[in-house]
Design a protein around this ligand. Structure first.
Ligand code: SF4
Length: 113
């Protein structure tokens, strides 16, 4: 709901299509959510703010990515080499039914995906 409210408030007049920070703060306040809860550092025990959304990416991959980012690490572009995030396994049936070029995912070369 906060995302919808921020979007309804529209973009900042000076930042192009980007929603202004004040619009985000206002939207969160209007719907009674604390943005700090979602932006705070998290451990495995607390869960991720996106746990309720199934994108097909494995939670352990997201946690490893999060922890690496906290150390300043970044992942290579997975379109060059699959990093086995789990999308391939989650959507295996759909992947078989859809043209390969639609996925932009290269063939899996390690750890399986
Ligand atoms: S290439 Fe596809 S399956 Fe591999 S890490 Fe990237 S999004 Fe995930």
């Amino acid at each position: 709901m906060a995302i919808l409210r921020a979007w309804q408030k529209g973009p900042s007049s000076t930042a192009g299509p980007i929603i202004s920070t004040s619009a985000w703060w206002s939207a969160f306040e209007e719907v009674g959510l604390d943005p700090h809860f979602y932006a705070a550092a998290r451990g495995r025990e607390r869960g991720l703010s996106v746990d309720h959304i199934n994108t097909g990416v494995k939670k352990r991959w997201l946690l490893a990515d999060y922890q690496a980012s906290r150390r300043g690490g970044i992942r290579a572009d997975c379109r060059e080499e699959c990093d086995a995030c789990g999308v391939g396994a989650t959507f295996r049936k759909l992947r078989v039914e859809t043209p390969a070029e639609a996925w932009h995912c290269p063939p899996v070369t390690r750890r399986g995906s």
